[in-house]
Design a binder for this molecule. Structure first.
Ligand code: FA5
Length: 339
């Protein structure tokens, strides 16, 4: 570029600007021509060397060139900026917010499902849900439940003792006494919870398992009340008419004590679940022993009650036909995904 041919120089610069198609190239153009060290600034330096007459002639032309190129440069800059924004908007326009990586979906553990189901059945019959601690005292787990001092269940072989007075509860029957001590009859409660026994594990025994306790105390409570309640509960749970069979059983905290069997919900004549007997052993039950009522602060001459307790683990295995109890406490995703 020189001062002699400014018109041509201007046309060249305009053509160069028109050819610029990116912000990076535009910056190169600015550095080369419009910056302080750029060609146009140099022409102004050369202008100073001209004599007065020439300066007056070329000066306005050079100013004009600078102004025009600066304006075209600014326009180009704005245009490229707008193009960039537009391209980004176009890209986002087709962004699909619903496209995402598949999220792993969880489900409630079979224990939780069956517990909620059982609770709902009993709640519909007027029972409330009660709770008790898993770390218990010797009194609530044994003495108050009329378990004799020399009963084998107290032995180290069956119970996880923490010290001489504390243990991990071996049964949810502990909640019976705790509830009697805090409520007045009529009392109708159910108590699901974890229980622990120092036992070797196999397909149907674990050292930790779930139990479900039920208790009703009022005036004139009879075995008929117990059986009607259990029949109604089992029929709702298995969604089919269940028959109950009663056998004598011994539990120190009930008198009389009963073993309750239910007609097999899966067959009519015998299957592998009921070992071809047509019956399933389900739970222990009975009328609450007067001594136990006394330990709970309830007058046995005025009130009577029934209690029952079953292995929730056993019922869950039955309901979902789970072959091994240990699966329920494993973190086996393949197993859990079925529920
Ligand atoms: C009791 O624990 C009594 N408290 C039940 C009861 C309550 C009777 C109220 C009368 C009145 P038992 O020790 O039989 O009873 O245990 C009850 C159930 O717990 C058993 O039928 C069985 O289903 C379950 N169970 C016992 N031991 C285990 C174990 N190691 N693993 C899994 N389930 C077990």
């Amino acid at each position: 570029m020189n001062l002699q041919n400014l018109n041509q120089s201007k046309q060249d610069l305009i053509a160069k600007l028109q050819a610029v198609s990116s912000e990076a190239d535009l910056e190169i153009f600015r550095l080369e021509y419009l910056s302080r060290q750029g060609s146009i600034a140099q022409l102004f330096e050369t202008l100073k060397t001209l004599d007065g007459e020439q300066k007056r002639l070329v000066g306005p032309q050079l100013n004009e060139l600078k102004k025009e190129i600066q304006q075209l440069f600014d326009d180009k800059k704005e245009k490229l900026f707008q193009q960039k924004i537009h391209a980004q908007e176009e890209k986002q326009k087709y962004f699909d917010v619903t496209i995402s990586k598949p999220v792993a979906k969880g489900s409630l553990h079979p224990y939780t499902q069956i517990t909620e189901q059982i609770q709902n059945i009993f709640i519909s019959m007027g029972f409330a849900v009660a709770d008790g601690p898993e770390l218990e005292t010797e009194f609530f787990n044994f003495t108050a439940l009329n378990v004799a001092k020399d009963h084998p269940a107290r032995q180290d072989s069956d119970t996880f003792w923490i010290d001489t007075q504390h243990l991990l509860r071996t049964q949810t029957s502990t909640v019976q006494i705790r509830t009697m001590q805090t409520q007045k009859p009529p009392i109708a409660i159910i108590a699901p919870g974890r229980t622990m026994r120092n036992e070797a594990t196999d397909a149907s025994h674990d050292f930790m398992f779930m139990q479900f306790e039920g208790m009703y105390i009022a005036e004139k409570v009879s075995i008929s009340n117990l059986l009607a309640t259990l029949k109604s509960f089992l029929t709702q749970l298995f969604e089919k008419e269940i028959t109950i069979r009663v056998r004598p059983g011994y539990f120190p905290f009930v008198e009389p004590g009963l073993e309750i069997d239910a007609s097999c919900p899966f067959c009519t004549g015998g299957c592998s679940v009921c070992k071809r007997t047509g019956w399933i052993e389900l739970m222990g039950a009975g009328l609450i022993h007067p001594e136990v009522l006394k330990h709970g602060g309830i007058d046995p001459t005025k009130y009577s009650g029934f209690a029952f307790g079953f292995g929730l683990t056993r019922l869950t295995m039955l309901k979902y036909q789970i072959p091994d109890i240990r699966l329920l406490h494993s973190s086996n995703i393949q197993f859990l995904q079925q529920f």
